[in-house]
Design a protein around this ligand. Sequence first.
Ligand code: LMR
Length: 395
Amino acid sequence: MFGHVEPFAGDPILSLNDSFKADPRAEKVNLSIGVYTDEKGRIPVLGSVRSAYERIGFAERPYLPMEGHPGYREGVQKLVFGGGHPARAEKRIATIQTIGGTGAVGIAADFLAKHTPGRTVLVSDPTWENHHGLFQRAGFRTTTYPYWDRANRSVDFTGMVRALEAAEAGSIVILQPVCHNPTGVDLSEEQQTAVTDVLVAKGHIVVFDMAYQGFGTSIEADAAFVRRFAERASCLVANSFSKNFSLYGERCGGLSIVCRDADEAERVLGQLKLAVRRSYSSPPMTGGLLVATVLGDDTLRARWIAEVDGMRTRMDAMRRLLAERIRALSNEVDVDFLLSQRGMFSFTGLSEQQVRDMREKDGVYLVGSGRMCVAGLNADNVPKVAESFVAASQA
Ligand code: LMR
């Protein structure tokens, strides 16, 4: 019956993470999947989240509503848009709790496939691979807009704007507002404004995918692009709590759709509920309660923000340490990219073969595209990573 079923080629990130786990070498280093580990190489349990666990206890676990926990949804809105955003005051944002950031993008794709079908979807070149997959699964054709300027290791802004201008009016455009995955390079504020002008003028449907809020500059600053855009036009915003709450396995995310008015938002929320019901009925409760508890309590929230600041500061310090260590080994390897890029990822410019060399010879795992997860660096593994990086660069 299933003889025709083709083997799964594997996922460039998740399957690589499986290979890392299966690698018997003790000194292996995982800089592939986007997971933050602390100086001891462990996924931290944040103190704010630990306190929330204690508070929620072993209570009963009924189904959550299709749209999720009310406190969680309120928390998402305040975090993404800021408490005083005009769209919030006018009650024209429809927000649901989702199964991680991936679930948010998936529900966004399903919603758009039903209500704005047949459009072209543009994603950055390169992007998180699953953007293509999720929108194609929903029935869309995906294409790319230029983003990465390889020669200058920065944003190909001219190419990006030209492509967005040339795209058919009303296309769907996926934007990562901060800590771009996989390149680690973001638009400047000026560039954000110029891109917004184009997007609004063309009537493109913008889907922001914000998976790293707080890992760029701060929780507030990282949301500025989304907030300003939402003052000017409708948009969709997927957000994730996997990284900034260190709650990867709990699958906590959110999807917000900024609408024209409260009536439209009410109808959009209804359709999001329907999309959830047809997909997984309602989101899981424990992660929902944890996030809602932290975001709904001023003391826990402040503690959480300080913890996010701590993770970001440590990642920045590891970027500097790796750059220093590489410089000490060789003057010929350019490390400026480590210092200018931000967030969890750096695009090293290494070829697939060089990445393979690092993995096979040294057990240092990067994604095949040359993406390095700097959140996996620590003082113990930086010397080994530096040596492996220099050897691969000079091979
Ligand atoms: C990543 O890009 O490594 C993370 O976002 C994990 C994932 O789901 O791919």
